[in-house]
Design a protein around this ligand. Structure first.
Ligand SMILES: *[C@@H]1O[C@H](CO)[C@@H](O)[C@H](O)[C@H]1NC(C)=O
Ligand SMILES: *[C@@H]1O[C@H](CO)[C@@H](O)[C@H](O)[C@H]1NC(C)=O
Ligand SMILES: *[C@@H]1O[C@H](CO)[C@@H](O)[C@H](O)[C@H]1NC(C)=O
Ligand SMILES: *[C@@H]1O[C@H](CO)[C@@H](O)[C@H](O)[C@H]1NC(C)=O
Ligand SMILES: *[C@@H]1O[C@H](CO)[C@@H](O)[C@H](O)[C@H]1NC(C)=O
Length: 384
């Protein structure tokens, strides 16, 4: 980094930090990073026509029952779906939103080979992407940590990162953000994609024990410190758009389901949410454990267009959540593995920004494998 740019950045940060009375360590954090977490990777940008398309795969569930005919054929079909959708949609960014594998069916000696299988179509399409991990990705023979490490080693266009040490709690290292710029040479991003680790599943090894299924409270302070740095270097949070991904729906989403209106909130609604369907519902004493995360996300990240989750394979709807007024969307069960029902189909959620203006709404819909689309909604201030 050129000295002059570094010094300019430090002065700006010092000004912001001194004015707001922030502790001194912020100066060093800003100095050392300049806030580009991907200095060696291609910058991700909007298209020249001002649009940006994200395609979300979810719940691929590779690796079921490798000992019989049923599981391996599911994976053949899931790979075919990925290839077809990537070729048709030509997204600018891909998200795989958790439960990449059915970890409880995997073997110690080769479990991460499934990650190689999932990465193959993405490597072939040369599309930038990143992943969240789900409850089935933490099991006796595999973990979120191992999956991310493997992904980073086999997929050159993976933007998945680990949270700093101490952030994320047991089994939850996958908390990070990805900056999206309007143009390659821009200094300041117009959109931040946030990714959170809702953990769940089981610890590794023969005496595997269950892991809490909510975003750990340490992530709340991390969101605050990251956004403080962003604001110091890039200016106020209002200058950027945001979109968040987390495998298990936040706790409050479950209470929204009875109020769905199929005209306003279209899409399959075939999974009645119960115990285990949303974060922090392991038992009654665990209710609301994702509250620090939910509060910090909504307080610090402005222009948050939507929070997107998978986990409940029979749901596709979006709704405006009433405690924070933020829009929530389910993505679409993509994998032939994992539970399902013949009528549900397999596909993806597409999300399209039509302008780099951070306040501009976006359009989203479900695309099925055969190309059929449904549940199209505009996510903006008029939505609900
Ligand atoms: C892993 O090994 C098991 C047992 O040998 C085998 O059945 C399975 O197909 C292998 N899985 C992968 C992904 O290579
Ligand atoms: C895989 O896809 C083919 C073609 O669409 C279908 O006929 C078959 O039933 C699918 N297999 C599984 C295991 O879902
Ligand atoms: C884990 O891998 C080992 C070694 O392949 C295997 O014996 C075991 O059945 C696997 N599954 C679990 C849940 O431990
Ligand atoms: C697992 O638990 C058993 C029974 O308590 C114990 O004997 C064994 O040492 C434990 N194994 C590991 C790897 O911790
Ligand atoms: C459902 O939403 C539509 C479109 O916004 C609206 O016209 C209709 O009144 C709503 N129905 C109910 C029962 O709220």
């Amino acid at each position: 980094m050129a000295n002059s740019i570094g010094r300019f950045t430090i002065i700006l940060a010092c000004w912001a930090a001194c004015v707001s009375g922030l502790p001194i360590f912020n100066h060093f954090a800003v100095k050392s990073s300049s806030l580009d977490p991907y200095p060696t990777k291609p910058r991700i940008t909007f298209r020249a026509d001002g649009t940006f398309k994200v395609t979300v795969f979810s719940d691929l569930h590779y690796g079921e029952n490798p000992w019989d005919a049923w599981g391996p054929q599911q994976d053949v079909n899931s790979t075919a779906l990925m290839k077809k959708v990537l070729a048709d949609e030509k997204p600018d960014y891909v998200v795989i939103n958790g439960d990449l594998v059915t970890g409880e069916n995997t073997f110690r000696e080769n479990s991460t080979r499934l990650i190689d299988e999932i990465m193959a179509p993405l490597n072939e399409a040369k599309v930038p992407f990143s992943t969240t991990q789900g409850n089935h990705d933490n099991q006796a023979n595999i973990s979120h940590f191992e999956e991310i490490q493997r992904e980073q080693s086999v997929a050159p266009l993976s933007y998945t990162r680990f949270a700093p040490p101490g952030i994320g709690g047991e089994g939850g290292p996958g908390n990070y953000w990805v900056p999206i710029y309007e143009k390659t040479d821009d200094k300041i991003p117009v959109l931040i994609l946030w990714f959170f680790d809702s953990r769940g599943g089981f610890s590794e090894g023969p005496n595997s024990t269950s892991i809490p299924d909510w975003v750990d409270s340490t992530v709340a302070s991390w969101i605050q410190s990251e956004t403080t740095q962003m604001n110091a270097v890039w200016g106020p949070s209002e200058n950027r758009g945001a979109l968040a991904f987390v495998h298990i729906p936040p706790h409050y989403i479950q209470a929204m389901q009875p109020g769905l209106n199929s005209t306003r909130d279209p899409g399959l609604n075939a999974d009645v949410m119960g115990q285990g369907s949303a974060q922090a519902t392991v038992d009654s004493t665990d209710q609301g454990k994702d509250q620090p995360f939910w509060d910090a996300l909504n307080a610090n990240v402005k222009n948050l267009h939507a929070v997107v989750s998978g986990h409940d394979h029979g749901n596709e709807w979006c709704i405006r959540e009433t405690t924070k007024q933020v829009i929530f969307c389910f993505d679409k069960h993509s994998g032939y593995g994992g539970y399902g029902s013949p009528g549900w189909g397999h596909g993806v959620r597409n999300i399209v920004f039509s302008s780099p203006d951070p306040t501009h709404g976006l359009e989203t819909w479900i695309r099925l494998e055969d190309g059929e689309t449904r549940a199209r909604v505009i996510l903006d201030e008029n939505y609900m």
